[in-house]
Design a binder for this molecule. Structure first.
Ligand SMILES: [Fe+2]
Ligand SMILES: [Fe+2]
Length: 266
C-alpha cells in the first residue's frame, strides 16, 4: 500500500467538494462574500461552523489511521495512541453528523477544506502530531470551548453537552501530540524545531485576519442562534483553560494570543 496518500484519494461521495482552504476563500471573495462563512458575524454561522468541524473530524479519523500505517517503525505505544485516536474521531464524526441534522444541515452542504490532510504530507511522525494534534486539535479546543458558551447562551443543552463530551477527548489528543512531539525528538533539537515550525504554520493559518483574543477580551456582537438573539464573541477566542488542561504552557498560550491579535496570515 502507498504511504502519504494525496488528498484526492480520500473516499468522498461524488457531490462533496473537497478543495484547498485558499480556493474556498478566493471563491467567496470573488462572490463578494467574507473570506470564511464559519464566523460569528455570518447568518448561517452555526451550520457552517458545525460543518467545518464535522469535516475536520472525518479527516482527523483518516489522518490518525494514516499516521499509524505510514510509520511502521514508530514505537508501539505511538501506534496504539493513533489507533485509539481513530476510534475517538469516528465517534466525533458521528456526533457532529447528528448535530448537523439537529440544526437543519447535512455533511456536504458546504465545501470541505484540505487543511488537516495537508499535515499528513510530511514524512515525520513528530511533525504530524505537532501539526495535527497540537496545531489543529489545539484550535479545536478554542472552537469547542466557544461553541459550548454559545450553546449555554442559546439555552441548548444538546449542543452544549455533545460538544463538551468531544472536547474532553480533544484535550487528550493534544496531550498525546505534545508527548510524542517531545519523545520522538529527544536528543535532536533540530528535529524538534522543525516540528514546532510545522505547528506554527498551522497556527498562523487560523489567525482569521487577526483580532483573535482571550475569552475575557473578546468584543461582543448580536447574532441570531436558533430562535434566540444572543450576544456572542465577534471572533474566535483562544481557550486558555482548555489549552492548559491539554498541556500547553501559559507562555505558549500568551505567545499564541499575541500572534493571533495581529493580522498576519491574510
Ligand atoms: Fe475529534
Ligand atoms: Fe481529536
Amino acid at each position: 500500500m502507498e504511504r502519504m496518500i494525496p488528498v484526492d484519494r480520500l473516499a468522498r461521495p461524488e457531490d462533496h467538494i473537497l478543495v484547498p482552504l485558499d480556493k474556498i476563500r478566493e471563491t467567496r471573495l470573488e462572490q463578494g462574500l467574507t473570506p470564511f462563512n464559519a464566523m460569528p458575524y455570518e447568518e448561517d454561522f452555526l451550520k457552517a461552523r458545525l460543518h467545518g468541524i464535522c469535516a475536520g473530524e472525518f479527516q482527523a479519523m483518516e489522518a490518525a489511521g494514516r499516521s499509524l500505517f505510514d510509520f511502521p517503525d514508530a514505537p508501539w505505544e505511538f501506534q496504539l495512541d493513533m489507533a485509539r485516536q481513530v476510534w475517538d474521531e469516528s465517534r466525533h464524526a458521528e456526533i457532529y453528523m447528528k448535530l448537523l441534522e439537529y440544526v437543519g444541515s447535512y455533511l456536504g452542504e458546504f465545501p470541505e477544506s484540505e487543511v488537516l490532510w495537508s499535515c499528513t504530507q510530511i514524512d515525520d511522525p513528530a511533525c504530524r502530531v505537532a501539526g495535527i494534534n497540537r496545531g489543529l486539535e489545539g484550535l479545536a479546543c478554542d472552537v469547542f470551548e466557544q461553541l459550548i458558551r454559545m450553546a449555554q447562551k442559546m439555552g441548548d443543552p444538546v449542543i452544549e453537552r455533545a460538544v463538551d463530551y468531544v472536547l474532553a477527548d480533544e484535550i487528550t489528543h493534544v496531550r498525546m501530540g505534545s508527548r510524542w512531539m517531545r519523545k520522538l525528538t529527544e536528543g535532536d533539537p533540530d528535529r524538534l524545531k522543525k516540528a514546532q515550525a510545522f505547528q506554527e504554520n498551522i497556527d498562523n493559518l487560523f489567525n482569521f485576519g487577526g483580532g483573535r483574543t482571550s475569552q475575557e477580551d473578546a468584543a461582543q456582537i448580536k447574532q441570531r442562534l436558533g430562535d434566540k438573539e444572543v450576544e456572542v464573541d465577534a471572533t474566535l477566542t483562544i481557550a486558555r483553560e482548555a489549552r492548559l488542561l491539554a498541556g500547553f504552557t501559559d507562555e505558549e498560550i500568551d505567545r499564541l494570543i499575541k500572534g493571533m491579535s495581529k493580522s498576519a496570515a491574510y
